[in-house]
Structures are given as C-alpha cells and as structure tokens.
Write a protein that binds this ligand. Structure first.
Ligand code: HH2
Length: 288
C-alpha cells in the first residue's frame, strides 16, 4: 500500500500533477533520446564525437519518434573523468545549435550552471540536472530562463559502487529527498509546474533498489510533478539479461512497465523499440 511518506506528501501538497501545457509529456509517455557527446559514456561513449555524427544521430532518433533529444557532454558514470566547463560547453553547444531546429525539444544533461546557460542560449528547451538542482546557481539559472528542468535524485557524495547505501525504504527515502529539492527550487523562484522528478535509477542505488523504484514509480506523482525515469542499458539489468552485453530487451521491458506505471518521460538510447513499448503499454491500459 501507499507508504506513510507518500500519504503525507500527497496530503501536504494536495496538488494535481501538472503534466499539462505544451510539454512533450502532456499527452502520454514522452520518449527522450540520449545523445552523449562524450568519449566515455558507459553505453555509447565516443560514438558521436563529432558534431556531424551527433546531429545524424539526433535526426535518426527524431525520425524514430523521440520527443526530446538529451544532449550530454560529461559522463555521469562512477569514476568518470570530470570535464572542465569550457570543454563541456565546446562539446554540447555546437550539437544543440544544430539539433535545435529538429522537430523535437532539446534538453541539456549537465550539472554545471555555466554549461546550462550556454546550452539555453544555444537553443536548449530543458535542463536535465542529475544532481537535482543542488547548485544554487543552477536554480537561479532555471528560474531566470523559466524553463522546464529535470530534478533527478542522486547522492550528494560521489557514488562508490562498492559502498552499500543504507536506505530504510529506498522509495520513501528518495521521495523525501526529492521533496526537499523541490522546496529548495521553489524558494529560488522556480514553479513546481516546470519541474520533472526522476528517481535516478542506478545513482547510489543497488540493483534491487532500482527495481523497487521502478515498481513504485507512480508514487512519485505525489510530488505534484511529471515523473521521468532513466534505465536504459543500466547495470540493474546485468543479471537479468541473457547476454550481459545486450540489455536492450530488458530495457524495453522496463520501459513498458514504467509507462504502465505512469512514467511521463522515459530516457533511452534506442528510440524505436522503446517507443514501441510505450505505445504497447498505452494500448494495453487504454490510453491510446
Ligand atoms: N534525468 C536523468 N539523467 C541521466 N543522465 C545520465 C544517466 C546515465 O546514463 P548515460 O547518459 O547513458 O551514461 P553516461 O552518464 O555515462 O553518459 N542517467 C540519467 C537518468 O537516469 N536520469
């Protein structure tokens, strides 16, 4: 049943989920295609290391049905090399300028306020911050540009995959942490209706915890925002996949489950198969 945290949040907030407006998630589950302009992203690092290759990839993803293209210039995987601001800007801005004209919204996946600002100036529509807008300067930037922002849960400390993080109940703990982030954002002048929450699968969560967050994804609507989930090819599927190097089928299955549980955005590498899963779920539950 609903946890006490969810009940408390729902009563306290008592606001409906504002998934409306002209946002890509306004009608059903939106598909966010991942475009990693990095040399070292865990799944597809280095594949789109020139602007031409990145733009071609974006065009393919839009043709396959991506509602949003998420452009990232720094890998978030544990132990990834940190990227200087200027380098990250040099990676993402030319791609965003070239992709902004496609028939999809563009999000910038960055934790750095100057990169977000440069990306927004270059035509990005959405800020995707894996630190949950933890930097006050990022909150000011999102408020100033008045754009939608993804507020993802990840642990403040660098993630050490060997350390087990003691959650009492991972869903309750992540819900409470995100609720605090949303209040901080509101204090910075960001309207809750421009925020999307994301439990951050794999970020400081062990496999079982990521699956619990996926199972109870709908409870995140208690925060009053659309809900996004990123699971594509992640290590949570390592011991689920027949071939450990091929996690596509597990990813697509999880997409269907997330859509059935009310996900407003799914963040994936392979757009066409996951768009099929979204439509399959919508057809099954009668939303299409
Ligand atoms: N909102 C959101 N953003 C994210 N950004 C990166 C990754 C990690 O995946 P990927 O970008 O493919 O790998 P890397 O960080 O190595 O580039 N996961 C999420 C996620 O789950 N949610």
């Amino acid at each position: 049943g609903r946890s006490s945290v969810v009940a408390a949040l729902t009563d306290a907030l008592d606001i409906g989920v504002d998934a409306g407006g002209d946002h890509p998630w306004a009608n059903g589950t939106a598909v966010m295609g991942i475009l990693n302009a990095t040399p070292d992203s865990f799944h597809d690092g280095g594949e789109y290391d020139t602007v031409e290759r990145a733009v071609a990839r974006a065009e393919t993803m839009v043709a396959e049905g991506a509602d949003i293209v998420d452009v990232g210039g720094e890998s978030t995987r544990p132990g990834a090399d940190p990227v200087p601001v200027e380098t990250e800007i040099d990676r993402v801005v030319p791609v965003i300028e070239a992709v902004a004209g496609l028939d999809a919204q563009v999000s910038v996946d960055t934790r750095k306020p100057p990169v977000a600002r440069a990306a927004l100036e270059a035509g990005a529509d959405i800020v995707n911050d894996v630190t949950g807008l933890s930097d006050a300067a990022m909150r000011r930037t999102v408020a100033e540009y008045d754009v939608p922002a993804v507020c993802m849960h990840s642990l403040a400390a660098p993630v050490d995959p060997n350390r087990s993080y003691a959650y009492d109940d991972v869903v309750d703990d992540v819900l409470e942490a995100l609720s605090e982030r949303l209040l901080l954002a509101e204090r910075a002048g960001i309207d809750r209706s421009q925020l999307v929450v994301d439990p951050g699968l794999g970020f400081g969560k062990r496999s079982g915890e990521s699956f619990a967050l996926l199972d109870r994804l709908d409870e995140f609507h208690a925060l009053g925002c659309p809900v996004m989930v990123g699971h594509s090819h992640k290590s949570m599927f390592a011991d689920v996949a027949t071939d450990p190097d091929d996690r596509l089928a597990a990813t697509v299955a999880a997409t269907a489950l997330a859509a059935e549980r009310g996900a407003d955005v799914v963040r994936v590498h392979d757009v066409a198969p996951n768009a099929d899963a979204v439509r399959t779920a919508a057809r099954t539950i009668g939303e299409e």
